[in-house]
Ligand binder design. Sequence first.
Ligand SMILES: *Cc1c(COP(=O)(O)O)cnc(C)c1O
Length: 426
Amino acid sequence: MSYRIETTCVQGGYTPGNGEPRQVPIIQSTTFKYATSEDMGKLFDLEASGYFYTRLQNPTNDTVAKKICELEGGSAAMLTSSGQAANFYAVFNIANCGDHVVASSAIYGGTYNLFAVTMKKMGIEFTFVSPDCSEEELNAAFRENTKAVFGETIANPALTVLDIEKFAKAAHEHGVPLIIDNTFPTPVNCRPIEWGADIVTHSTTKYMDGHGAGVGGCIVDSGKFDWRKYADKYPGLCTPDDSYHGVTYVERFGLEGAFITKATAQLMRDLGSIQAPQNAFLLNLGLESLHVRMKRHCENGQAVAEFLNNHEKIAYVNYCGLEGDKYHDLAVKYLPNGSCGVVSFGVKGGRKAAETFMKHMKLGAIETHVADARTCCLHPASATHRQMSDEELEACGVYPDLVRYSCGLENAQDLIDDIAQALEYV
Ligand SMILES: *Cc1c(COP(=O)(O)O)cnc(C)c1O
């Protein structure tokens, strides 16, 4: 039986049997014991499923991944140590040296660096396109060796809303999957797979954990992309893996399991970005209230955005819940129940005015963090995005005067009063 999203947040992934713990057990063990070498050998050959070493898989992590998989409507999922690891694995699982990826230019700064600097050094080229590009511009970005398309449902910190169907259509016409980072809306507010995305990633560090307790990530596969149809392009999934005794992932694990099994068997084995089981437990506590919290984050976001929108010292407000927002129509389509609690805005007077405003905030703490129970804010141009030139900043929608304000779960009027007093100094 499948339940509604709220029920899955609370009960998904784990159904204890008679006399078993009500709460997800933390399996704090690096290793798992077997009676014979043959038993263990079968696990190493991927002939039997089971646990042998937590660097590859751990039961606590798998239970929590299963809940997120159910929330996103996927076929398989895995936790990673961070959102960065999730995005790296999701792309690197299908793109190698000599390959190419099309990505939206409006993405998280850390992801931009990962793609444009680190993965470029590994020989993978990225073409960045505006999330607002026309279908023609988008199609023109593809090459013979393109292996994936990447975007964020709601970009951090630009708050652009991606037209997921437009990107999915272009990806599929070119025979490649669409990978969507769904960190900001969470599956409570948007399920990209329902709009054509093939793989969904998360920084669970944000709303899913929601309490600033643990860094983590997750990859969910829809199981819908037919790798076999493009076998020449995806030899890693469609031809034998010599490092696993010749297993061919799509044959042994089907379209539902091939992507996640390969990412676990090869990337986790070799790179080891596993999430600590203790952190997976904390993540699950966050997931249990995700649907309740998201609603409140969105209510606070809307109230703060409306206040700022009418304030004389504010140059502009980005919040897709505002009727005049550039992305309001896309939000009505993709985010009918709300977007997220993050609002960004420009303080009149530019970089200097933004810095003054930041200095006088009392409730809103200056943190690189976002999407937390406690309100936090950031001036990206002097923090997360300080490596980027003004041109690069503008290309990804982060202007020098922009403040990113992440509404927590406090009383909305208290947040507004705090903003109002800080703006008096500007
Ligand atoms: C924070 C963030 C990441 C990176 O996640 P970490 O857990 O910090 O590694 C990736 N994508 C988005 C949209 C984010 O907000």
